[in-house]
Design a protein around this ligand. Structure first.
Ligand SMILES: Nc1nc2c(c(=O)[nH]1)N[C@H]1C(S)=C(S)[C@@H](COP(=O)(O)O)O[C@H]1N2
Ligand SMILES: [Mo]
Length: 212
């Protein structure tokens, strides 16, 4: 794979080969999503960063530019809220920290919304997004993602349940207040930490998120 590949085995509690409470092993890699698989259109595809950027500008990369950004590899586990865990994937792609450096957020930014094709979205705390293990993955275990797993790019935030990682991701919105994403509006927990089993919005404590 990439040019300046930067190995990051064991970022965070993930990649540790441990199971969060209520999770079990999964052989293989299931396909799970809401709605149809989008068709990749290389000429019109772009990746944007918008919202509260430090410069006030919007950033945009076409596919060639995006895939030419400096690459990283993260080894991490993958936890779906439906209780399967897939251990030890090597995700290759562009680290969130790389994009944060290229498109700095304004100082007031506390959260991001990751936007995907067809309006799928997921909100993340800036601290989770900025973690060294958060990656815009183009590859898993050295192979390019297939269409159903998110080609050309998906977000992987391994410290959170996998719904927080949109497949077919197209944009990041910098936000100065929290706002619920697609599943967070539909009964799933605003934060989604698998280690404290934050599965459903009825489990939320005051301060965990905006009103459902
Ligand atoms: N765009 C999009 N991304 C998505 C979803 C979705 O419905 N749409 N589902 C999420 C959920 S719930 C999970 S568990 C993972 C599944 O990824 P996989 O199909 O590659 O296993 O994708 C996440 N990303
Ligand atoms: Mo999931």
């Amino acid at each position: 794979m990439g040019q300046s590949e930067n190995e990051q085995a064991r970022a965070h509690p993930d990649g540790s080969g441990r199971f969060p409470p209520g999770q079990r092993a999964q052989r293989g890699w299931p396909v799970l999503h809401y709605g149809p698989v989008p068709r990749f259109k290389p000429l019109s595809w772009d990746f944007q960063i918008f919202g509260a950027t430090a410069s006030g500008e919007k950033y945009s990369w076409n596919h060639e530019q995006f895939t030419a950004l400096p690459r990283s590899t993260v080894t991490a586990d993958f936890h779906c809220v439906t209780r399967f865990t897939m251990l030890g994937s090597r995700w290759g792609g562009i680290a969130a920290t790389t994009l944060l450096a290229l498109a700095p957020p304004a100082p007031e930014v506390t959260h991001v919304m990751a936007w995907a094709e067809y309006g799928y979205s997921a909100n993340l705390r800036l601290a989770d997004f900025a973690d060294a293990s958060t990656v815009f993955a183009t590859h898993r275990n050295g192979d390019p993602l297939t269409a159903e797993h998110g080609f050309p790019v998906r977000l992987v935030a391994p410290m959170l349940y996998a719904w927080k990682g949109p497949k077919w991701v197209r944009a990041i919105e910098y936000m100065t207040a929290d706002r619920r994403g697609f599943w967070e509006e539909r009964g799933y927990h605003n934060l989604g930490d698998p280690w404290s089993e934050q599965r459903y919005s009825y489990q939320e404590e005051p301060g965990d998120g905006p009103e459902p």
